[in-house]
Ligand binder design. Sequence first.
Ligand SMILES: [Mg+2]
Length: 362
Amino acid sequence: MKIAAVAIDILEVPVEDAYLAGGRAVESNWHILARITTDDGAEGFGYMVNTRAQFIPSIASAARELGDLLVGLNVLETEAAWQAMTRAAKWVGPGGLLHWAIAPLDIALWDAAGKTLGQPLYRLLGGFRDRIPAYASDRMWYSLSLDDLAASAADHADAGYTAIKLRLGREATPAQQAERARVAGEAAGLGVTVMVDGTESWDLPYAHLAGRALQDAGVKWLEDPVHHSDIAGLASLKCALDIPVTGGENLYTLAQFRQTLEAQALDIAILDLFRIGGITPWPKIAALAEAHRIMVCGHVVPEVHAHLLAAVSNGHMVEYMPRSNAILVDPPVPVDGMFVLPQTPGHGLVLDNAAVERFRAS
Ligand SMILES: [Mg+2]
């Protein structure tokens, strides 16, 4: 059960249909892949993903140094491993680059722990249920024309999703934002919930105007209307609107979540597996949210987030926007908008080794 070896690789995985996000051409999903082997032969892997190339070598270098600290530790002692990594590097943390470097290692550790115990991750973490609803947010970019947005929304509805989420930017008027939501909703049809993500693009006065317009257009979820540091602004939106104000994907620490939730600034908390530093902190933040009687969601990485959300009693929905299917054998896909958890040990994902070799950048 002792960790015998840790390997880190950088992969440049091409995006099938390159897209514009925030005015930036997105052509690759950069992965930092961590693989852990134990002395009794269990193997686990994890990765972090980002569309920006900048800092990937630095994060990989940090992950290699942190991985060296894991050798010799018991693979089941995940909290000890996480604390060893954060304490050794506390002068560059918490949060930031440090958490991005820890995340792939921590996910690999939990995968290896699950394989050691012969249990799927969702059960290891609590096993509240074995399936979780998913919503679709892929190909719902702000840069799409209204026709392309409508086509994506209709595709998602045809695939059986009962909820979709589109991203909104800063250029349009509140009425134009509401129009995009209305067009997407009409294309998806009755019975499909429309959610929007403001991607932290707005100032507070604009967010109030847009929030009301979107609410009137039938939108049922307003994510990241303002910057996450504007906690009072979020709380004022939560008070003023009847629809849930959601957010949290840009927060790094348990303490940041505490500060935000204590201020009654969110109706639903969104956790980003990479920013928070992997799986180990995840149930702590979910429990904090439970204490505030709010639900949690995951930001992308549906193949791992499905386990985490199914493990806890306040898991809401998986965001289905896969970024890593090109390096996985038979990646899990929601059926009729429902993600059913695999019963295989660990996270249940299988690396496509030929693809890993093909996309290896260093
Ligand atoms: Mg978002």
